[in-house]
Design a binder for this molecule. Structure first.
Ligand SMILES: Nc1nc2c(c(=O)[nH]1)N[C@H]1C(S)=C(S)[C@@H](COP(=O)(O)OP(=O)(O)OC[C@H]3O[C@@H](n4cnc5c(=O)[nH]c(N)nc54)[C@H](O)[C@@H]3O)O[C@H]1N2
Ligand SMILES: Nc1nc2c(c(=O)[nH]1)N[C@H]1C(S)=C(S)[C@@H](COP(=O)(O)OP(=O)(O)OC[C@H]3O[C@@H](n4cnc5c(=O)[nH]c(N)nc54)[C@H](O)[C@@H]3O)O[C@H]1N2
Ligand SMILES: [Mo]
Length: 765
């Protein structure tokens, strides 16, 4: 190892701390949810700060929840337009625990790396800019301007702008992301990997190819009036809890909900709406009318079966498919029908692991109704054939004409609260010619015309030492990305790593030769510039742009807003010699928005129109406008069945979230919906598989994966018997990212295969 590489642990201490198991829960939210929300809030923020901020979250003039991207209704509840996990996200960022110079002078990065991700996050908000110098193991304070100078000098020294990489996580505002993306381009690179490369990139690719826009088409009202909603590969009870209210509303209006998921996730089973008193007192409401427990990555077998059955019913009674829509708007109908003939019903059914009786019920609902919405998340996007999986579900919508009309359409449910907006305003590793043209015209510089690195390529470039400076606008790249060991080696090859962050995580400990930790505001904090209260904007999962105005006193006087940090970095780098007045942009966000309006398609008078409940960005699918696609038509696609070539002892592992985490930020050690308390190092297994592998409840195992002859290991997991299809396992990320090979990802989107990793289980004790 070279000298600057410090002795850092990638996992923290692996000891078990005393797991408690209960039965998985049948009902999501309810009083327990409210209690948990308040417990986290009061503990982290105190009562006054909690009440003040919770009441403003998602309200008209307040701030947007920092958790997920689920849209806020036009008439939000005055008492609680937030969920348990939104409250946890807020408590996590608005915590009154702080760390600065004193803390870092006492604790070295080597020592801190022995802590678990949970313990690291618990340390609190970073309250002053810090630097880790070459060969040193303690962060020390640095003045802001010295930090900008340090980055600027490193950037100036690079031989080629493509030796720098600018990563973005999806919590940044449109304003910050826009400045960041424009700075990267003005500097000369499109190396802009972002968290969406690991997330919904597969949805973006799948939808762009088939419908002409990489976003979903439905609005919130469409869910309320849908006749059938499919919730596929998604766990809304934990990850998008406010969505349960929308599903509940759909059911009240007579709609049916089908859940397609290897697990019967609690939120899909029953829900007690915290905004409804009779719900809270009663037993709540069943959400899924039908649950299809599909085997991991067998969605294509399932959708083919559904498509075949719909086509067969249509042959008898031509009302089942929307022939008028198909004739007018859709390409590839005859080819699809011919292709479906190649498949045998029983073979498909066996692969799915779902009973034909249940599949027939789903087919009947889809045959009899046409106002259909399909929602999905990571259960579809993180497989080798993720793009195809999504396109198969789009095939269903297209045959049913459930596209571009009220109460029907696509709903990829986004992750981070502004991941969709970040992409809209220019965070992308590929070249968008329209945007480049507008940059030349309105920002008066020439953006680079070669594509840059996405997440996978960024890791490889750092590993091969082609990249030397790595800047991160939020996130926890090391732990979020696949192949933790390989990614750590890659990051440690850099000369400089820069993290613009709110809280400490392992990406601040595994660093380049020099590392900067630049603390920034959270969403809930008040951002005043020259006596003016600033606001920011975000785009929800349904494409609505709304403003967000923080109200809490910032964690310290020494932290700065994201737009200001980026603007000052650009100002320092260009030394005032650039077509954009960077300094001014960092001082007045209206100015940033006026540039966004000029350069980004669909944005218009954003400073005005984002007020109140905001405005929708244009969406061609809503208008049934497919002119940008081949023949000007929506595309049906032919997709094949996956082949994992599993060895006899291999199982397919999906890496999922517990109820007590936001991605790599671990709020607590419980996953109460799944009955797990006080432990995260667990692996959920089918009882038959356990028997076959000679395993008992709570045995300690190591997990191994082998790809291209390379063995990877994640140590120390407790086996938990669970209702999961045979041949499948589940465990939490980020602990399991050690197993995901960096060079295995979805075709076309390069999203890591985090939901279908081939794994063997080794009993340790
Ligand atoms: N509280 C909280 N909220 C969050 C997050 C968080 O960590 N915590 N993360 C945010 C982010 S960035 C994102 S992207 C979203 C993630 O939201 P989700 O996608 O709901 O998150 P996961 O836990 O990855 O759950 C994936 C679901 O897919 C199922 N699944 C796995 N494989 C398959 C398959 O092959 N087929 C089918 N049909 N289903 C499958 C799993 O059983 C699981 O229910 O949530 C966002 N919101
Ligand atoms: N195995 C496996 N791996 C996965 C996934 C999976 O399902 N399985 N999911 C993938 C998905 S969907 C995603 S989106 C990625 C997530 O990848 P990332 O977005 O990179 O990770 P997060 O854990 O969301 O980032 C958390 C950190 O962001 C910083 N932060 C929080 N709020 C703010 C803010 O307002 N501003 C700034 N500047 N920083 C802030 C804090 O320092 C915090 O520690 O992980 C991916 N990785
Ligand atoms: Mo995500």
């Amino acid at each position: 190892m070279r000298k600057f590489k410090r002795n850092i642990s990638l996992t923290g201490d692996l000891k078990f701390i005393g797991i408690r198991l209960k039965e998985p829960m049948q009902t999501a939210a309810g009083l327990l949810g409210v209690k948990e929300a308040l417990r986290h809030s009061f503990k982290e923020m105190g009562i006054v700060r909690s009440m003040k901020s919770l009441l403003e979250m998602n309200q008209e003039d307040g701030f947007r929840c920092p958790s997920c991207a689920w849209p806020v209704p036009e008439h939000p509840s005055k008492i609680a337009e937030y969920c348990e996990n939104g409250a946890k996200a807020l408590a996590d960022e608005a915590t009154t625990q702080h760390i600065g110079e004193d803390f870092f002078s006492k604790h070295s990065v080597e020592e801190l790396s022995q802590l678990s991700d949970y313990e690291l996050n618990k340390l609190g908000r970073v309250i002053e800019p810090m630097v880790l110098r070459p060969g040193k193991v303690h962060y020390e304070p640095i003045a802001w301007q010295d930090a900008y100078d340090l980055i600027s000098n490193e950037l100036h020294q690079l031989k080629d702008p493509n030796e720098a990489i600018f990563y973005t996580s999806g919590r940044s505002s449109n304003e910050a992301a826009f400045l960041y993306g424009m700075f990267a381009r003005a500097f000369g690179t499109n190396n802009m990997p972002d968290c969406s490369n690991m997330c919904h990139e597969s949805s973006g690719v799948a939808l762009s190819e088939t419908l002409g826009i990489g976003k979903g088409s439905v609005k919130l009202d469409d869910l309320y009036g849908a006749e059938v909603i499919l919730v596929v590969g998604q766990n809304p009870g934990t990850n998008h809890p406010r969505m349960l209210s929308a599903l509940e509303k759909c059911k009240k209006n007579g709609g049916k909900i089908i859940s397609i998921n290897p697990l019967a996730e609690t939120g899909m089973v029953r829900f007690k709406n915290p905004q409804n008193v009779s719900d809270m007192l009663g037993s709540g409401r069943a959400i899924a009318d039908l649950h299809l427990p599909v085997r991991v990555n067998e969605d294509i077998a399932l959708t083919k079966l559904i498509l075949k059955k719909l086509v067969a019913l249509d042959a008898k009674n031509s009302n089942v498919l929307d022939h008028e829509f198909i004739v007018e708007y859709v390409d590839g109908y005859d080819e699809l029908l011919k292709d479906l003939e190649r498949y045998n019903l029983e073979t498909l059914q066996r692969r799915t692991g779902v009973s034909m009786r249940k599949i027939d019920k789903a087919v009947q609902l889809l045959a009899e109704n046409s106002k259909i919405v399909i929602c999905w998340a990571m259960g579809l996007t993180q497989h080798k054939n993720a793009v195809e999986c999504i396109q198969e579900y789009v095939n269903i919508l297209l045959l049913k004409g459930a596209i571009g009309k009220p109460f029907a359409g696509t709903c990829p449910v986004r992750g981070h609260s502004n991941v969709q907006g970040d992409r809209s305003v220019g965070i992308m590793h590929f070249v968008n010619k329209g945007l480049n043209h507008k940059i030349q015209k309105h920002l008066n510089f020439d953006p680079p015309t070669e594509p840059g690195y996405d997440t996978v390529e960024a890791i490889e470039a750092m590993h091969e030492k082609k990249a030397k400076v790595f800047v991160c606008l939020g996130g926890n790249f090391l732990m979020a990305a696949s192949d933790t060991q390989y990614t750590a080696e890659a990051i440690q090859n850099c000369d400089l790593t820069v993290q613009i962050s709110t809280k400490l995580n392992r990406s601040h400990l595994v660093t380049g030769k020099t590392a900067l930790l630049l603390p920034t505001f959270g969403r809930s904090e008040k951002d005043e510039k020259n006596g003016e209260l600033q606001f920011l904007t975000m785009e929800s999962s349904t494409g609505k742009v709304r403003q967000s105005k923080g109200l809490l006193q910032p964690a310290s006087e020494q932290i700065k807003s994201e737009p200001e940090i980026i603007a000052m970095l650009a100002h320092t780098y260009f030394r005032g010699n650039h077509s954009m007045n960077w300094y001014a942009l960092g001082q007045d966000y209206n100015l940033i928005r006026s540039y966004i309006d000029k350069t980004v398609k669909g944005f218009d008078k954003t400073s005005e129109r984002s007020k109140g409940f905001g405005y929708y960005l244009p969406n061609n699918v809503r208008e049934r406008d497919f002119r940008m696609l081949p023949n000007g038509r929506a595309q049906l696609t032919l997709n094949s069945l996956p082949d994992h070539n599993l060895k006899p002892d291999e199982l397919l592992l999906m890496t999922i979230r517990s109820h007590d985490q936001f991605n790599t930020t671990i709020y607590g050690l419980n996953d109460r919906y799944r009955g797990i308390h006080n432990e995260r190092r667990v692996v959920f297994m089918n009882k038959e598989d356990m028997l076959q592998h000679g395993l008992n409840k709570q045995d300690v195992v190591n997990l191994h994966s082998e790809y291209d002859g390379i063995q990877r290991t994640a140590e120390q997991f407790l086996v938990i018997p669970y209702d999961i299809p045979k041949g499948n396992m589940a465990a939490y990320f980020p602990e399991t990212n050690l197993l995901v090979p960096h060079n295995h990802f979805a075709d076309k989107s390069q999203t890591p295969i985090s939901k279908s990793i081939k794994v063997t289980v080794e009993k340790v004790s």
